[in-house]
Design a protein around this ligand. Structure first.
Ligand SMILES: Cc1ncc(COP(=O)(O)O)c(C=O)c1O
Length: 351
């Protein structure tokens, strides 16, 4: 098969040539859908819209494709032949990195770990973990509690010693280059909102390793699509998450050399539940509400928590009823199959 070649130009849907000097692979077509959610709008008393990054048509979909279009282009530019990344066994980022490596004919190594004793067996066999294997990645344990970036760099040195050429992608693909994917996304959504004549009061998204949040934050300063952008932390407490996102936003703005991007993140941390990847009743209810009101699948780790955050912000008056709200669906639905407890009533079925 002929090797995939990076493109040096941005696609037509990007309403600016600003990013043209950054290499970008095309793993998906241009715009993911933006549409209204009628059932949930009625149930919540807001005008609720959704950006369907769960429908990026590559490797099972999700937000990480946007980052990987830039990160993998950089890997090819550096003539790498082995991609090394890290994450939990249910990492959507690791799954999509494995898929991108497969398409490009590169090897992919995933360093994976989860805190012992917190997850059932199925967490280590189904969902994203099963797809790591499907996409041909090799998976190694990441010692619990170790610093993932240090472990990735150590592994990269060993790969280099073996005569291969590694390219390290940190957890979540959250680097300044990865964030470029969400600068692009800001132009995409701003154009869609303008075309549909929608003026969003609030946008809610899941904030994990912070790259999506940071990219949209910088992007919203350049191509405004919402008055207020709030990240729902899925693990860290508010101050730490803000520091993480602001740092990445600064790095991303510096990389592009764009002015007018001195921004600071807002984070809601009330829907984190017991910790990263761990379910609570609010997340469970949110998953079921989205599924039963609008036929919409959320995931237990990111979008379920972000949707629960949206509901909590409404209840607490942080989002006014009647607002035009955009919910950024960042994907993650394969993880649902590793979390039967997310929707399981506990009843045994014989049929
Ligand atoms: C489905 C999904 N949503 C949201 C996020 C959060 O994005 P970020 O890590 O850039 O904050 C992730 C990250 O892994 C994800 O997989």
């Amino acid at each position: 098969m002929e090797a995939w070649k990076p493109k040096t130009t941005v696609p037509d849907c990007i309403n600016s040539g600003t990013f043209g000097r950054f290499l970008r692979l095309s793993l998906t077509s241009c715009a993911t859908p933006l549409h209204r959610l009628p059932g949930l709008s009625r149930a919540l008393g807001i005008d609720l819209w959704i950006k369907r990054d769960d429908l990026t048509e590559f490797g099972g979909g999700g937000n990480k494709v946007r980052k990987l279009e830039f990160l993998m282009a950089e890997a090819l530019k550096q003539d790498a032949n082995t991609i090394v990344t890290a994450g939990s066994p249910q990492s959507n980022h690791a799954r999509l990195t494995a898929a991108a490596a497969a398409r490009l004919g590169l090897d992919c190594e995933i360093l994976a770990s989860a805190p012992p004793g917190q997850f059932p067996d199925i967490y280590f066999r189904n969902g994203n973990r099963l797809l790591f294997d499907a996409f041909g990645a090799s998976v190694r344990p990441l010692p619990t509690g170790s610093d993932s970036l240090t472990a990735l760099q150590t592994r990269a040195r060993a790969i280099r010693k073996d005569g291969r050429r590694p390219f390290v992608i940190p957890v979540g693909g959250s680097t300044a280059i990865g964030c470029l994917g969400f600068l692009n996304a800001s132009f995409e959504i701003a154009e869609q909102a303008q075309a549909q004549k929608i003026d969003f009061d609030v946008t809610v998204l899941a904030s994990g390793s912070g790259g999506m949040h940071a990219g949209l934050l910088v992007g919203n300063a350049l191509a405004p699509f919402t008055r207020y952008l709030v990240g729902a932390s899925v693990g860290r407490e508010k101050t730490n998450q803000i520091a993480l996102v602001d740092g990445l936003a600064g790095d991303c703005a510096a990389l592009t050399g764009l002015s007018g991007t001195n921004v600071s993140a807002d984070v809601f941390d009330g829907a984190r539940g017991p910790g990263y990847g761990l379910l609570d009743d609010g997340t469970r209810t949110s998953l079921l509400t989205a599924a039963r009101r609008d036929g919409l699948l959320l995931d237990p780790v990111y979008t379920g928590k972000a949707f629960n955050a949206l509901k909590m912000m409404l209840e607490r008056g942080k989002i006014a009823s009647g607002s035009k709200v955009l919910f950024w669906h960042s994907g993650g639905t394969p993880a649902l199959f590793a979390y039967p407890d997310a929707v399981d009533s506990g009843e045994k079925h014989d049929f």
